[in-house]
Design a protein around this ligand. Structure first.
Ligand code: KIV
Ligand code: ZN
Length: 501
């Protein structure tokens, strides 16, 4: 009989730890809700002790979600464990995830503890966590560089102390699929009681093998896999959820497993995460990249036209990518738009749809044909009526020497106007905004623009990264006018900086 593999998503913890991937509370909640819709079994919502902000986001997510387990990470200390529990205790299904390293290198240089002390600490901390919460996961950090006999002892200790899940992380992305298979097989054979708990994998991608290593561990008997959307994570990232899930689904014949993931939500989830962290989807990204299902070479096109399965091993529809024959434009009604969005996996409430349809109509005044990519871009670029600073009007003049921008902003009901010059129109506009906002932003770390679809009337989407001391936020703006999208992106970032103050 096929085995179910539980999907543990750590986008909001290990993913968010990656440089440039930090998110604010409302972004984390939006992602958490989408992960629940995707059908993940466990969401690791954060590392509650890391900061009051992290605690608040774990706690809010724990209170918000109804259909999945919510976990918080904790080192093997009483304080961490108590804080993790306090953050998740109101979840329908809370989990404390505690970890301690078991490799000689980590024990000697980082922990400065002997192997016996490590075993003692595991026993003590898992028991302590168990007093608070029935669901306790123990991770043996750097498991794949640990001595396997000692790792088996550590895992056995955690199980005896009450762990319900034992995790075998490849913390440094060092192992290979063959080694991972052997390691999990060894643990399954040599750790008493392991058959009564979930055995989890957590692979990093330093050598590009995170997904393969996870699949190898599953084949050897693991029952849970830890992963992130789009493979976000420390350094080269973690195993990508969408790749693992689709590998399990597509190669059911070889792996004999399944997950509870609603794969039709994969594309939507991936886009949401890319949008929030301000990155565009690499064209050749497996499963969700724009080229993942397109066939360029004549031979391939010919084959696919004759029979799809010649070159397609998955249906794009299965991951929520739909190709519409219907063209939307200014004559399209609400129902047509709503239907199309539903086919694309977006079920908006009536209120959201009203607001969306207004923006759709405005876009139709500027653009003749509305593509799926335009519809999607409108989803992720909502009108932000709740932001502190709003754009009222701008006027830009430019020549090949310099540019001038006049800008009118509204901040807490008061209208401010400024004029500034700059090397180019965007520089002039940003200088004018800085004059009004008192330069809350220390530096513009990154600016990128891309065209959402093809054609001269395409929407331009701008993403900026703004720094204020140690904080870096992402701002996004969308318009058929790229100066306007640049201004909107900057203001979106500046508003986030205000929220942090
Ligand atoms: O990579 C790792 O070892 C981790 C653990 C804390 C699970 O993220
Ligand atoms: Zn990790």
């Amino acid at each position: 009989m096929d085995r179910r593999i539980k999907i543990f998503d750590t986008t909001l913890r290990d993913g968010e730890q990656a440089p440039g991937c930090s998110m604010n509370l409302s972004e984390k909640i939006e992602i958490a809700r989408q992960l629940e819709l995707l059908g993940v079994d466990v969401i690791e919502a954060g590392f509650a002790i890391a900061s009051p902000g992290d605690f608040e986001s774990v706690q809010t997510i724990a209170k918000t979600l109804k259909n999945c387990t919510v976990a918080s990470l904790a080192r093997c200390t009483y304080k961490d464990i108590e804080t993790a529990y306090n953050a998740v205790k109101e979840a329908q299904s809370p989990r404390i995830h505690t970890f301690l390293a078991t490799s000689p290198i980590h024990m000697k240089y980082k922990l400065k503890m002997s192997p016996d002390e490590v075993l003692e600490r595991i026993d003590d901390c898992v028991r302590y966590a168990k007093d608070f919460c029935s669901d306790v996961e123990f991770s043996a950090e750097d498991a794949t560089r640990s001595e396997k006999e000692f790792l088996a002892k550590a895992i056995h200790t955690a199980i005896k102390a009450g762990a319900t899940v034992v995790n075998i992380p490849d913390t440094t992305g060092y192992t290979t699929p063959f080694e991972m298979y052997e390691l999990i097989h060894y643990l399954m054979e040599n750790v008493p009681g392991i058959e009564n708990v979930d055995v989890s994998l957590h692979c990093h991608n330093d050598l590009g093998m995170a997904v393969s290593n996870s699949i190898a561990g599953i084949k050897a008997g693991a029952t849970q896999v830890e992963c992130t959307i789009n493979g976000l994570g420390e350094r080269a990232g973690n195993a990508a959820l969408e790749e693992i899930v689709m590998a399990i689904k597509t190669r059911k014949d070889s792996l004999g497993c399944y997950t509870n993931i609603n794969t039709k939500q994969i594309n939507r989830t991936s886009k949401l995460v890319y949008n929030i962290i301000g990155q565009s989807v690499p064209l050749n990204k497996p499963i969700v990249g724009q080229n993942a299902f397109s066939h360029e070479s004549g031979i391939h096109q010919h084959g696919v036209l004759a029979e799809k399965s010649t070159y397609e091993i998955m249906n794009p529809e299965d991951v929520g990518i739909t190709q519409s024959k219907l063209v939307l434009g200014k004559h399209s009604g609400r129902h047509a738009v709503e239907d199309r969005l539903k086919q694309m996996g977006y079920n908006l409430t009536q209120e959201e749809l009203n607001e969306y349809f207004e923006r759709f109509k405005k876009l139709c005044d500027k653009k003749k044909y509305i593509t799926d990519r335009d519809l999607e871009a409108l989803i992720y670029n909502k009108v932000r009526t709740d932001e502190t600073i709003q754009l009222e009007y701008f006027d830009v003049h430019t020549n090949n020497q310099f540019s001038t921008c006049f800008i009118r902003l509204k901040k807490e009901g008061i209208v401010y106007e400024e004029v500034s010059i700059g090397d180019g129109p965007i520089n002039a506009a940003y200088n004018a905004i800085d004059k009004i906002t008192g330069k809350i932003c220390d530096s513009l770390e990154n600016y990128s623009i891309h065209s959402v679809s093809d054609g001269k009337d395409a929407l331009g989407e701008v993403t900026v990264k703004l720094r204020m001391k140690d904080h870096v936020v992402t701002g996004r703006g969308l318009s058929t006018d790229i100066i306007e999208s640049s201004i909107l992106a900057y203001l979106n970032g500046v508003n986030k900086l205000y929220d942090l103050k």
